[in-house]
Design a protein around this ligand. Structure first.
Ligand code: SAM
Ligand code: SF4
Length: 328
């Protein structure tokens, strides 16, 4: 699958639910209203769409959300998709807040998952509770160590928040170094109404990187996942450190991914509103060939890049939907 700009689309991220057991301040409003069940694709429908993408050449799938591990019976989807590994699919992964990992790490590994991204913005129990509004850090840490014990490689995702966890990046690097995890720092992106001031949360990662360079030996690597992260190796720990900087660096030229929401909307770009309604195609009784044709038609509309800007005057997000809808 190639888009109009010659980019080879081989990575699909699927948000399997818009629901979550946490309410991170940069992601959701506290009183989020979630979708009615009828609008959400069944696990069978999700599997059918994912299989169509694999048939069209997608080699990597990431399940995300909302929180993917709070969707009932989601392990049956992992098992079904895991059967494609080695038959067109190279990798099945997930992004999770870790709260349910202690329960599911073994089953995920058995389904063929080898790597997991876990979001952890702080090592302080108080700050964790404040950022997630009601989470307990012990559950996420327990999940992370269960995943490690199950043999999964772990990457920690940290959203850097002004005046909140900016000062903790050194400790997070040390923590990841000690336990053998990679770390990826993320700038806040203006997505969805959240009842907080986005500009107050935003820190340019160029600044963070400059500060880190005073304490750590960072060597730029050519390691790429085709995604937005730029990676460095940390001399002192030997681990990778990634920076996802949508606001300060345009990463679109190498973008190899598209995103499916739990309602079957296919978004060709995280930072644009154009989409294709694959649920309508599916529920109209489409054959596999018709479903694949609808996907190809959408890929032909993938835009060249995003235009994230924080609308400072009106305090409006650049993209109305929440990150939990398209899954980050
Ligand atoms: N619930 C899972 C989790 O937290 O990892 C998966 C879904 S979450 C939407 C995926 C990633 O997006 C997380 O790493 C989260 O920190 C990040 N994220 C959410 N809202 C964001 C925003 N407005 N800007 C930047 N990153 C955001
Ligand atoms: Fe939930 Fe993940 Fe959003 Fe936090 S970032 S509210 S854990 S979906």
């Amino acid at each position: 699958m190639r888009d109009p700009f010659g980019r080879h689309i081989m990575y699909l991220r699927i948000s399997v639910t818009d629901r979550c057991d946490l309410r991170c301040v940069y992601c959701m409003a506290e009183d989020m209203v979630f979708l009615p069940k009828a609008e959400v694709l069944s696990l069978e429908e999700l599997e059918r769409i994912a299989s169509a993408f694999i048939a069209l050449g997608v080699r990597k799938l990431r399940l995300t959300g909302g929180e993917p591990l709070v969707r009932r019976n989601v392990m049956s989807l992992f098992r079904a998709l895991g059967r494609h590994i080695g038959h067109g699919l190279d990798e099945l992964t997930l992004t999770t807040n870790g709260t349910q990992l202690a329960r599911f790490a073994g089953e995920l590994a058995a389904a063929g998952v080898r790597r997991v991204n876990v979001s952890l913005d702080t090592l302080s129990p108080e700050k964790f509770a404040a950022i997630t509004r009601w989470g307990k850090i012990e559950k996420t840490l327990e999940g992370i160590f269960a995943a490690k014990a199950a043999g999964l490689a772990i990457k920690i995702n940290t959203v850097v928040l002004k005046d909140i966890n900016e000062d903790e990046i050194d400790s997070l690097i040390a923590f990841c170094g000690e336990h053998g995890f990679d770390l990826c720092l993320i700038e806040t992106m203006p997505m969805g109404e959240i009842s907080e001031d986005r500009t107050a949360q935003y820190v340019p990662l160029s600044l963070v990187r400059a500060r880190l360079k005073q304490h750590w030996t960072l060597t730029e690597t050519d390691y790429r996942t085709g995604g937005p992260a730029r990676y460095y190796t940390i001399g002192e720990t030997g681990r990778r450190l990634g920076f996802i900087t949508p606001m300060t660096h345009n990463f679109c030229e190498s973008c190899n991914r598209v995103r499916l929401t739990c309602t079957g909307m296919l978004y060709m770009c995280l930072g644009q509103d154009d989409s294709a309604d694959l649920r309508a195609v599916l529920r109209s009784g489409a054959t596999d060939a018709e479903l694949q044709a609808a996907i190809l038609e959408a890929i032909a509309r993938k835009p060249k890049g995003h235009d994230f800007v924080i609308d400072r005057r009106h305090q409006r997000p650049a993209v109305a939907r929440h990150m939990s809808v398209t899954g980050g």
